[in-house]
Design a protein around this ligand. Structure first.
Ligand code: G6P
Length: 367
């Protein structure tokens, strides 16, 4: 009912607006005297130093947070990471040895495939860490250790605030691991903590752009297909942006690693097709801009989500959304906000049942 939605039209919008709080509630209890303390991890510094590989297993949006964190763990902590869909992992007889840390990520803690993956790993004697939102859920109970995301109850089928809180948990872990393993200096850690603390205000700022994004979204209510492109972390962000849009608006959408476009997807670009490109990684700006030019010359309308300093992008974009400055590993937390709003407003404009999209369930407890 209306009261539960706290004055918002939908739970999805309400939950998007709860993201600054979800982010803050997830990092605050783990910051102590300028350090990251994750007691529930149950790992000594020696244990952290002996990790040789991380495997992250999840479904849906949680899988996308795993994709993003691969770049963070590898870039920051120099630990090799494999990310797998739970439904694939459990049937491929994965190689799990001592020195592997398995992380399962789940909002509900009840997703059948993710739970089965956890059990499979535990059978093989591997340590399993759960990143879970629902306290006391099956995954929380069965994992060796649980790091809760403090997003609070999420009602809308399409996840927003739990996704944002999952990202924060994974950043905290990567920063902790990098610091303990000597890959991140005290100063480096202190700087990142400061940048982390800025995120809630920055997310709020981006949410306050909602009217502008709604106006833009209203131009695409009849779109046949919408594409998202990016490289590295920006590819992971694109996957989630595309998923949000298709889940709630029923418009066909695909996310592509920008460099892969010319191996197929570019044939789908027609006059007026919307291509949303994500550019938050400075070293890749030029590469993605060249892909934007490629689609633009074939008639695409190009929207860009990029950092405030990347005005170069205007050469190739028809519409730009700028993000405030943050650490390069935290950009997903900002870039996803306009993309969530975009998906939401396209769905609202099309009269879709935003909180309960057809055929989808909040938690998939069957295989
Ligand atoms: C469903 C939900 C998604 C969610 C996925 C994984 O498909 O609609 O929003 O990302 O399940 O759910 P979990 O609870 O494991 O995060």
């Amino acid at each position: 009912n209306a009261a539960e939605k706290g004055g918002y039209e939908h739970f999805m919008l309400k939950e998007m607006y709860e993201q600054p709080k979800a982010i803050m509630d997830t990092f605050s209890p783990r910051l102590k005297n300028g350090n990251i303390v994750i007691e529930e991890l149950g790992m000594s510094e020696e244990d952290i130093r002996s990790i040789r590989k991380i495997m992250i297993v999840a479904c849906g949006s949680a899988y996308h947070t795993g994709m993003t964190s691969k770049y963070v763990f590898e870039g920051l902590a120099r630990i090799p990471v494999e990310v797998d869909l739970a439904s694939e992992f459990r049937y491929r007889n994965p190689i799990l040895d001592e020195g592997t840390l398995l992380i399962v990520v789940s909002q509900s803690g009840e997703t059948a495939d993710t739970l089965a993956a956890l059990r499979e790993a535990k059978d093989k004697g591997v340590r399993v860490l759960g990143i879970v939102n629902v306290v006391g859920s099956s995954i929380a109970r069965e994992a060796d250790n649980v790091m809760y995301t403090w997003a609070g109850p999420e009602i809308a089928v399409a996840t927003t605030k739990a996704y944002s809180a999952q990202l924060i948990s994974l950043y905290l872990l990567a920063m902790k691991f990098a610091h303990v393993r000597g890959e991140l200096s005290d100063k480096g850690l202190a700087d990142m903590i400061e940048e982390l603390k800025e995120l809630p205000t920055q997310v709020e700022m981006l949410l306050n752009n909602k009217n502008k994004i709604q106006k833009f979204a209203n131009r695409y209510l009849a779109a046949k297909s919408i594409f998202f492109i990016g490289r590295g972390i920006d590819y992971a962000i694109s996957l989630e942006g595309s998923l949000k849009l298709k889940e709630v608006s029923y418009i066909h959408s695909e996310a592509y690693a920008a460099g892969e476009l010319k191996h197929g997807t570019i044939s789908l670009i027609e006059e007026g097709t919307l291509v949303c490109s994500v550019l938050t990684q400075e070293e890749l700006y030029k590469k993605t801009i060249s892909n934007m030019v490629e689609v633009k010359t074939r008639g695409a309308f190009v929207m860009a989500v990029t950092n405030v300093d990347n005005t170069e992008v205007e050469k190739a974009a028809d519409y730009v959304i700028y993000l405030p400055k943050t650490n390069k590993y935290f950009t997903n937390s900002l870039a996803i906000i306009p993309l969530q709003l975009f998906g939401y407003y396209v769905a609202v404009g099309r009269g879709c049942d935003v909180d309960k999209p057809r055929n989808l369930a909040k938690s998939v407890t069957v295989e």
